[in-house]
Design a protein around this ligand. Structure first.
Ligand code: SD4
Length: 319
């Protein structure tokens, strides 16, 4: 028997996302509406890694990335979007109201304003401000790609609460969230997904990760299922990660096996280097089976199905 409706999201903060998606799914509503509500809920929450409250780039600006995809392979995306509260909804508007798939930067912001989104003040949340000020004290402005790694250890070599081995939470450690990817299979058996993030903290200005890229941070194919990712976006982009997961499912693998094989594809070219970053995938298939896999330990995801009680599951990992 099919497990539906069902919604799954990255991380334990997926409870917030699933909690907003479930009332729609439970009533027989559409997966696309459910995942948009999931994105809105987590963008409203003040946390390190999603929405305007998230960590800024090196120049102190919060820049948001998001995409959304429905059961007909319609999709929309925004990247490098500033001062707009709900990038997931702007992405949906790009999908529905433009002949395009992807808007970036000032153009995306202009489109959002034209569609009734409010231009929010340019101001960091308290948590982000504190984290950024600490970062400024310790880090030179130097364009190195693996800044999260440098931040991961203090001068004595002790692990800090940043970087690829732990979600990039605020310095006070209280906001254990990360990029939010949500996938839903609705009562009619249709699949949709979304992904939303403020991206890697202290990224270079203009840097775009995997999260708004269809086939990298999110992929949906209504014949097969859907996948989304969290972690170091550059590594996901390289292999078109979520497209890969969905194609592995198409060829018969379970969501778990498909996520595992995609993670192995990332690791293969340079297994030593793969020890230094995190990537996690979650997936759902048309049968309502779910699965996940990550490179490093510590990745988890939240599943909500019949009964509506969210369940947090620790993903298996390569290392
Ligand atoms: C990015 N994938 O911008 C996002 C960030 C993330 O856990 O997921 N961090 O690369």
């Amino acid at each position: 028997a099919l497990n539906k409706p069902i919604v799954i999201s990255t991380w334990d903060s997926g409870k917030i996302a699933n909690g907003a998606a479930w009332p729609i799914l439970e009533k027989g509503g559409k997966a696309i509406d459910a995942v948009e509500q999931a994105g809105i809920a987590i963008e409203n929450d003040i946390n390190c890694c999603v929405g305007l409250g998230g960590n800024p780039d090196r120049d102190g600006y919060v820049t948001l990335d998001s995409c959304i995809m429905d059961e007909k392979s319609n999709c929309g995306a925004v990247a490098f979007l500033e001062r707009i509260k709900h990038p997931v909804s702007v992405a949906r508007k790009v999908m529905e109201n433009t002949p395009h798939v992807f808007l970036a930067g000032v153009g995306a912001q202009q489109f959002a304003i034209e569609n009734g989104f409010k231009l929010e003040p340019e101001e960091l949340s308290a948590g982000a401000k504190k984290t950024y000020e600490n970062w400024l004290k310790k880090e030179e402005y130097k364009p190195v790609i693996n800044i999260e790694l440098q931040q991961n250890k203090d001068s004595s070599g002790k692990e800090k609460g940043h970087g690829p081995f732990a979600p990039a939470r605020f310095d006070d450690g209280s906001f254990n969230h990360d990029t939010m990817g949500t996938l839903a299979l609705d009562a009619s058996g249709d699949v949709s997904g979304m992904c939303t993030t403020s991206g890697m903290g202290f990224k270079m200005r203009g840097r775009v990760g995997d999260s708004p890229i269809i086939g990298a941070g999110l992929f949906v194919d209504n014949e097969v299922g859907a996948a989304t990712s969290s972690g170091q976006g550059e590594e996901v982009i390289r292999v078109c990660g979520t497209h890969l997961v969905v194609e592995f499912m198409r060829s018969g693998l379970s969501p778990y096996e498909a996520c595992k094989k995609a993670v192995e594809r990332i690791i293969k070219p340079d297994p030593e280097r793969a020890k230094t970053f995190q990537v996690g995938f979650i997936a759902v298939n048309k049968q309502g089976e779910v699965g996940a896999y990550s490179i490093q330990k510590g990745f988890n995801y939240t599943v909500t199905e019949k009964g509506g009680t969210p369940q947090v599951i620790n993903a298996k990992s390569h290392f």
